[in-house]
Every structure is written in structure tokens, then in C-alpha cells.
Design a protein around this ligand. Structure first.
Ligand code: ADP
Ligand code: ZN
Length: 601
């Protein structure tokens, strides 16, 4: 095999050009130097170590915590004609020893190893005797004790540097923040490594956050209109909700399965497999789902509950559109979400410092929800990245949000909270404002208050919008006693004194943006109407080949490759070489099958 990176890119992977800093990273490693790579999901991290592993003598050792994923990664590489294997606890002893033999003989290009396995003396002893080309430490943020993916075994990976100082190492992660980066450098001894920090923007993902009215109906509307036959993930906070939403979506005709920690490992495995192998499956899941899913054609990620931080939101939504084709991150959120999360945090057993950190993260999440500025700009700014003020591909850019001077109604709302003794939840306070003489109002004598009925010209929905924004903005806190009694915070003073004004967003029904309406009805991505039949034929061919080998369809060809086939209609194997995603091995294996389909159209 060639040792020229460009040639490997063309002939093995079938791609014509490197993306972003891939080439520089690859050269760094081929020259025997260390590197730290920060790239968003879907940015193309794997090539950064796969190509040097092929170009350098010896095997590339890839440390990855995602055991469930290794088989797929190895399958995908084998499809490309790369000699790949993995070592983890799922293998039988016979297999292990066969792989070890291949490793020692230098018959492997890439070997994936789980960290807990790598640091065993037996494995290290094996590595001592094997020809090693490089170490790639994937998901390197797992060394961070502050992150949510911390793995103690990752801390022990500093041994690689001590034991094999002459072998280049590359650490890779999609976690953006500077603190995690510092921790990786320090714990993995990468002070001398060149750092490659790429933009974390995911331009193909359209970010949309809408206010909850009837969340399920809103979701249904979104799916029917924009993703009727697409694969996607719907995130919910609780297992119960996951179950009911999955059942309901199935009843509505979608191919939906639940996924949460309460299912048996077998059920989880089965549902994940269906998501990977069948076309158009929706997984309704708690956050237990997603880590280690690198299905490239997830067309949407929907949130029915609010994530706890922007880090979580970005990671979860980032699972959409790894193949760079248009995808949607959609979320519905409302007042109850805010109150619930605030209560959960205040009521947790964590230390004060930890609580404070969590609170700040939630505040940033809420600020994103309530912002009238570009969502993408806001997100990227949070991760320390400068970007244009308008992205043109988020809800607030597509349909600018009007604001209004809410100072007077806000004063009414705040003083009503105060006059009712800061002991009641939002529904009661709204009843008082609107002058609804409910039993609770009479029992507490609240019709005698000066704020009784002062807000009757606004609907309860409008008041809820105001209260949501006040809680999100930190003007009101919700008590942790479980009833969510609203209390004033320090921030209210200037407003109540009349020293400050407050503009709030005017909630509007979900924008009927043009790009969404123009999307065709069936089977995205963007296949023009007259090519739908051909598209389905190509998909069917891919599915058949995938099923024969028991691999997910995208392991044969990505959607982008099928689209390119549709567009260029190659009529010979040689023409097919120009299609992105078709290298020599796949050309030989699948070229004829697809030529036949194309010829029959
Ligand atoms: P990450 O690990 O950063 O999430 P991957 O390595 O899985 O991303 O790459 C995402 C997708 O982009 C993959 O389908 C990969 O084949 C494709 N890709 C990567 N580099 C290139 C390139 N230079 N040209 C075309 N496609 C690429
Ligand atoms: Zn925008």
C-alpha cells in the first residue's frame, strides 16, 4: 500500500480532498510528533489517525471506551480493505489469541482497544513486543473529572507516554471547552503536542427551539412535515415518558422504539441495532442513549425536555447530520421544564461549589432558549468561538423574534408574587392576576389583594410566557419543596423600583420557515421529486448488500455517496472512481451491483 496520505485518501477512502486541518494533523503524526485534535462530531477525526496508521510502519493502536462501537468501526474499515481488529471483553479467548498473533506479526493496520484492557500488564507486555506505528486516544475528554464521561481508566493512559516515548500519540475529542483541553494536555502528557482546534460549528444542523403548547402535537407536526421517513432521536428526561412517547409515535405510524436504562441489556441492544440497520427508525430515549452512536444519517434530534447544560445540548444535537447533509435540532420547552430543572438542582445532595457550577450551566441553557439572537452564534460564543452574528440556519435567523417592553406587566407579576406571600406556584399567581375567583383564591382571601384582577386583559398563556421568561432570567426562583412556590430574587429590585425596564420575547407559533416547507415529502435528504424512484432503488440495493453481510447500510455507502451516484450516473467502473466515498475496495465489491441498478433506471 502507498505511504502517501493523499493517495491513501483517494484509493482507500475514495475521497478527493482533505477537510480542514486533516492533512496537517496527518503530516504531524507521520513525522512522529504528538497532536491534540479538537473537532466537532462529524468533522472527520477518524481519518486523522487512520491514514497515518496506514502510512507509517507498524499498527495503529486506537484507544476507545466505546466497546459497542468497535465491531462496526472494524467492519467499516474492513470494507475499505484495511486490516483492522479490536480487543475488548466481548471476545472469546481463541479470538483474542489469534488477534494477538496478527498483531505480533505485523499483520494489522489498526487495532482498537478498550482502555481498561490496554492498561493491563498482559496487554502492555504484548505491545512491548509488537511493531507499533502510533497511539490514537479517542474520546480523550474521558480523562476529565469534570466532564460527564469521566473514565478512571483513562487516567492510567499516561503510561503510554512513559513506556513508549518514541511512538507518536494523538488525542481526539469533540468536547470544546478550554478547561477540558487543559486537562487532556496535562493528564495525557501532551504539553509538547501541537494543538489543532477547528471550528465547532455544525453548519448543516438547523437549530430550532419552540415554546411548548402541546409538546407532543408539536413534535408530531414537525415530524410529519419535515422528517416523515427519517431516522432520528427524540430525547426525554424520564423512562416513563420515553415509554409513552415511543408507544404514541408508533401508534401514529412511525417506526419508533424506546431506549433507557430500565430496559434489559438485550432489549437495548435490539433497539439500537434496529436504529442502525433499518431505514427510518426513531429512537425515543433518555440520555442513556447516544454515546458511541456514529450513525451518519441521523436526520433530526428532538428534545421534549430541556437538557441540563449547553454542553449536553450540543453533544446530543450533534448526533444529527454527521454526513454533513441537512439535519434539524428541534426542541420544545416550557415553564415547567425550567421549574423542574431548577428544583432538581437546588434539591440535589451535591456540594455548594458543584451546585453553583450546575446552576450556571443551566442558566446558559435557558439563555439560549430565550435568546432573540442567532442560536448558533450564541452557542458558539459559549464555547469561546467567534462567528457571524447571523447564521441564516436557525429559527431566530429564519424568523426574527419580536420583543416588547414588558416592564409594566412584569411589575404586576412580581408584585403579585410578593403580595401572595411568595408561597404559591405560578398557576395560582396567574389566577390572582386574572381575577379568577377559584377556591384557592377565596380560601386565601386573595381577592382582597390590590393585584387581584389587574392582569385580566392578558390570557393565561401570555402570563405563562412572562413567568417563564422571569424564571429563566433569574428574576424569580421556584421553591424546592415540590410545589414550585415562586420567590423574588435580588434581580427584581430595580424593576420593582421602576429603575429598569425589561424587554421580553413575544412568543410566536413555530415558524413556518420556507426551507422546511420546500423540503420534499418523502425520504430526505434533498432528493428531487423525479429522482425518488431511482433513490429508492439505490437504497434497496444498499440494504440488500448490507443485510447479506450483517452490517448497517451506511457501512456500504453513505447517503452522500448514493446522492452523488444519482447525480453523476456513472456508466462504468472507471467513472465510478470519481464518486466521493468509493475507494478501490468498495469499487471492486459493489461497483457492479450499483452499475446494474443505475443501468436499469
Ligand atoms: P468524527 O469522528 O469527527 O465524528 P468521522 O471521522 O466519523 O467524524 O467523519 C465524519 C464523516 O465525514 C465520515 O462519514 C467520513 O467518512 C467523512 N469524511 C471525513 N473526512 C472526509 C474527507 N476528507 N472527505 C470526505 N468525507 C470525509
Ligand atoms: Zn442563526
Amino acid at each position: 500500500m502507498s505511504t502517501d496520505p493523499q493517495q491513501i485518501l483517494n484509493t482507500v477512502f475514495g475521497y478527493s480532498a482533505f477537510r480542514g486541518s486533516q492533512q496537517e494533523i496527518i503530516n504531524e503524526l507521520i513525522s512522529g510528533r504528538d497532536a491534540l485534535v479538537l473537532m466537532p462530531t462529524g468533522g472527520g477525526k477518524s481519518l486523522c489517525y487512520q491514514i497515518p496508521a496506514l502510512a507509517r510502519p507498524g499498527v495503529g493502536i486506537v484507544v476507545s471506551p466505546l466497546i459497542a462501537l468497535m465491531q462496526d468501526q472494524v467492519n467499516a474499515l474492513r470494507q475499505l480493505g484495511v486490516r483492522a481488529d479490536f480487543l475488548n471483553s466481548t471476545l472469546a479467548w481463541d479470538d483474542v489469541s489469534a488477534i494477538e498473533q496478527r498483531l505480533l506479526k505485523g499483520d494489522l493496520d489498526l487495532l482498537y482497544i478498550a482502555p481498561e484492557r490496554l492498561i493491563q500488564e498482559r496487554t502492555l507486555d504484548l505491545l512491548d513486543r509488537a511493531p507499533i506505528g502510533l497511539f490514537a486516544i479517542d474520546e480523550a475528554h474521558c480523562v476529565s473529572q469534570w466532564g460527564h464521561d469521566f473514565r478512571a481508566d483513562y487516567l492510567a493512559l499516561s503510561i503510554l507516554h512513559e513506556r513508549y516515548p518514541q511512538i507518536p500519540r494523538v488525542a481526539l475529542t469533540a468536547t470544546a471547552d478550554a478547561r477540558t483541553r487543559q486537562e487532556i494536555v496535562q493528564r495525557l502528557d501532551l504539553t509538547n503536542a501541537r494543538q489543532f482546534v477547528t471550528s465547532f460549528d455544525r453548519p448543516n444542523i438547523q437549530y430550532r427551539i419552540t415554546q411548548k403548547r402541546n409538546a407532543r402535537q408539536q413534535l408530531l407536526h414537525f415530524l410529519r412535515r419535515e422528517h416523515p421517513t427519517d431516522a432520528g432521536i427524540v430525547y426525554c428526561l424520564s423512562r416513563n415518558k420515553v415509554e409513552t412517547v415511543a408507544k404514541w409515535l408508533s401508534a401514529e405510524g412511525f417506526n419508533a422504539v424506546p431506549y433507557h436504562a430500565g430496559l434489559t441489556p438485550r432489549q437495548r441492544q435490539e433497539h439500537q441495532e434496529r436504529f442502525l440497520r433499518e431505514d427510518g427508525v426513531i429512537v425515543v430515549a433518555t440520555i442513556a442513549f447516544g454515546m458511541g452512536i456514529d450513525k451518519p444519517d441521523v436526520r433530526f434530534v428532538a428534545h421534549l425536555d430541556l437538557p441540563k447544560s449547553l454542553e449536553a445540548y450540543y453533544q446530543e444535537t450533534g448526533r444529527a447530520g454527521r454526513d454533513a447533509l441537512p439535519s434539524t435540532a428541534w426542541m420544545a420547552y416550557g415553564l415547567q421544564d425550567v421549574i423542574k430543572l431548577r428544583q432538581m438542582m437546588d434539591g440535589s445532595e451535591a456540594s455548594d461549589a458543584h451546585k453553583r457550577a450546575e446552576r450556571q450551566k443551566l442558566d446558559a441553557m435557558l439563555a439560549l432558549c430565550e435568546t432573540t439572537a442567532c442560536r448558533r452564534h450564541t452557542l458558539l460564543a459559549y464555547f469561546g468561538e467567534a462567528s457571524p452574528e447571523h447564521c441564516g440556519n436557525c429559527d431566530t435567523c429564519l424568523t426574527p423574534v419580536p420583543t416588547w417592553d414588558a416592564t409594566v406587566p412584569v411589575q404586576m407579576a412580581l408584585s403579585c408574587v410578593y403580595r401572595t406571600g411568595q408561597r404559591f406556584g405560578v398557576n395560582h399567581v396567574i389566577d390572582v392576576l386574572r381575577g379568577d375567583a377559584t377556591d384557592k383564591v377565596s380560601q386565601n382571601g386573595h381577592q382582597a389583594l390590590s393585584t387581584f384582577g389587574i392582569g385580566k386583559d392578558r390570557s393565561a398563556t401570555e402570563w405563562r410566557s412572562i413567568f417563564r421568561q422571569l424564571v429563566a432570567g433569574g428574576y424569580l426562583s421556584a421553591d424546592i419543596d415540590g410545589f414550585g412556590a415562586l420567590k423574588l430574587t435580588e434581580l427584581c429590585r430595580p424593576l420593582l423600583r421602576g429603575d429598569a425596564t425589561l424587554a421580553l420575547r413575544k412568543d410566536i407559533a413555530e415558524p413556518q420557515d420556507k426551507s422546511a416547507r420546500q423540503r420534499k415529502k418523502k425520504g430526505s435528504p434533498a432528493v428531487p421529486e423525479h429522482l425518488l424512484e431511482a433513490w429508492e432503488a439505490l437504497r434497496a440495493c444498499r440494504k440488500r448488500l448490507a443485510d447479506e453481510q450483517g452490517v448497517p447500510p451506511y457501512v456500504i455507502f453513505h447517503d452522500a455517496t448514493l446522492l452523488s451516484l444519482l447525480e453523476h450516473k456513472p456508466s462504468s467502473l472507471n467513472d465510478m472512481r470519481d464518486i466521493s466515498g468509493i475507494g478501490e475496495a468498495k469499487l471492486e465489491r459493489y461497483g457492479d451491483a450499483f452499475l446494474e441498478v443505475l443501468g436499469s433506471l
